[in-house]
Design a protein around this ligand. Structure first.
Ligand code: FAD
Length: 471
């Protein structure tokens, strides 16, 4: 690249990257964030001060070697930059797109307050995409076979991290996935306009190339039990996620047109209902859609609904924007796309017509009271503030609990009152010998990086256990 900026150039303002036009993108499922070109990436990389104590790297749950890979981007050595990321994370094109960098690495960047942090997520994505498109990514080397066998239940980020780490160390790994596509929420929940399917497939395929066996359409606990798996595997890792919808428990929730976010997103993303009638997955949103919730799932549901071309999408959240758990970027994207946000608002009753179809939503305005157990101010209904919103469909996105099948079919597995598997935090060990767990099935709904972090920690502990057996 000519005129390459000399390092460091921190006072150049942060480049957030280009986005698809908000009006155009409302009617397609193509990626919204367009990413950097080479020149933008090199210029952004030049802003990094290469801090001695690496605050960004320390803030990353999987400790990606951020200053080193950013420096390699600046030197335009993108194969080496990708290899540097690969040392700690095999899924950079995924993490570069969906990790909440604003609360991890970018929050720790020393440039944050004056000029905006280095766009670490965008650089990670650029590096991974460039390396993928230019054939620069080679599966990491694996140690000779140890003869030890590990089963991973589920194929979300936590199991994928376990599989990658243990395969590198020479153990035989088999992943059992209940659905017909691998990736967990990355495939069935997060829409393609945030995370294209080919990106997930490429990174999953890397595991296959490393020799990981990936089996789909196997519901552990139904098709085969944990006790049966124990006969064939030395260790089992449970990464079955948190896909059980939390209901609102409001009257009328069983009306036609009311979906859980899980059903809605699976239908639209995994079953590709947005391609109807080219695919035969039916969906119904009607003209007026209401989405309830304030997390990433609510944003994804609202933005998917918008792309199915209703007249309007309204999002109800019972606190204010400041308390929303969704990534800031996704809230902004949703607002740009024309989703109407009703803050401090909660649905109290869903009313239907004579055919049992949703017709309108009775809502109440809230105000924020004293902080609750989560530390956030508790929403309190305002007396006499009831009002109605006309609606043909409504998506409930107020949280998910751990998938229960394995807990229900595995005697002796300790679970908490929300159905989450209880583990030793540093190792993922459960109450049963040789059985580990991590990710959302332990934490409840969390993040991709925390799921990966759990997987890496459990892989270390599992390796230790298996090595003790080998010697
Ligand atoms: P999952 O990804 O849920 O994977 C679990 C897998 O196990 C699934 O494929 C499931 O089918 C399978 N399974 C379940 N039971 C069985 C069984 N009995 N047998 C076999 N397989 C089974 N996090 C972020 O960091 N950034 C985001 O932008 C973001 N957006 C999100 C958007 C949505 C819509 C949702 C729902 C979550 C989002 N999250 C996001 C959270 C993040 O995706 C999760 O924290 C993460 O995927 C958890 O990983 P996991 O591997 O524990 O579980």
């Amino acid at each position: 690249m000519e005129n390459k900026p000399k390092k460091p150039t921190p006072s150049i303002k942060q480049n957030h990257g280009r986005h698809q036009d908000p009006v155009a993108r409302r009617s397609n499922f193509d990626e919204v964030a367009l990413g950097f070109g080479l020149e933008e990436a090199v210029t952004e990389a030049a802003r990094c001060l290469n801090c001695k104590n690496k605050p960004c790297e320390l803030a990353c749950p999987v400790n990606v070697r951020i200053p080193e890979f950013v420096d390699l981007v600046h030197k335009e050595d993108l194969g080496a930059a990708a290899s540097k990321i690969f040392e700690t994370s095999l899924f950079p094109a995924i993490c570069g797109r969906v990790c909440p960098q604003e609360t991890y690495c970018e929050a720790a960047c020393v440039l944050k307050d004056r000029f905006g942090p280095v766009s670490i997520g965008r650089l990670e994505r650029f590096t991974a995409d460039y390396a993928r498109k230019n054939g620069l990514i080679k599966p990491p080397a694996c140690a000779p076979d140890t003869g030890r066998k590990v089963a991973c239940v589920g194929s979300g980020p936590t199991s994928l991290a376990v599989a990658a780490e243990l395969r590198k160390l020479g153990h035989a790994v088999t992943v059992f996935e209940a659905l017909h596509e691998f990736g967990g929420v990355l495939s069935y929940g997060i829409p393609t306009f945030r995370l294209p399917r080919e990106v997930v497939r490429f990174e999953v395929d890397m595991l296959r190339k490393m020799g990981v066996r990936l089996l789909k359409n196997v519901m552990v606990g139904k098709s085969i039990t944990i006790d049966e798996l124990k006969k064939d595997f030395d260790v089992i890792y449970i990464g079955s996620g948190a896909g059980l919808p939390t209901p609102m428990n409001a009257p009328g929730e069983d009306l036609v047109g009311v979906y859980s976010s899980n059903e809605f997103l699976t239908r639209v993303n995994l079953m590709e209902a947005y391609k109807f009638p080219a695919v035969d997955t039916p969906y119904y949103v009607g003209k007026r859609v209401v989405v309830v919730g304030g997390g990433n799932t609510a944003m994804d549901s609202a933005r998917c609904a918008m792309r199915l071309k209703p007249e309007r999408v309204t999002l109800l959240y019972r606190r204010t924007r400041a308390e929303m758990p969704a990534r800031g970027e996704e809230v902004e994207n949703a607002m740009e796309e024309g989703i109407k946000f009703e803050f401090l608002t909660a649905p109290v009753e869903l009313e239907g017509d004579e055919k049992g179809r949703l017709k309108r939503v009775k809502c109440v305005r809230m105000e924020l009271g004293a902080p609750d157990a989560s530390g956030r101010r508790r929403p309190v209904p305002q007396k006499g503030s009831e009002f109605y919103i006309e609606a043909d469909s409504l998506v409930v996105a107020i949280g998910q609990s751990p998938n229960p099948v394995i807990q229900q079919t595995t005697a002796g597995l300790s679970v908490n009152k929300w159905g989450g598997i209880i583990t030793e935090e540093a190792t993922g060990k459960t109450s049963l010998d040789g059985i580990y767990a991590g990710g959302d099935v332990v934490r409840g709904g969390a993040t991709v990086l925390l799921a990966m972090k759990d997987g890496k920690a459990a892989a270390r502990a599992i390796h230790e256990k298996l090595s003790a057996k080998v010697n």
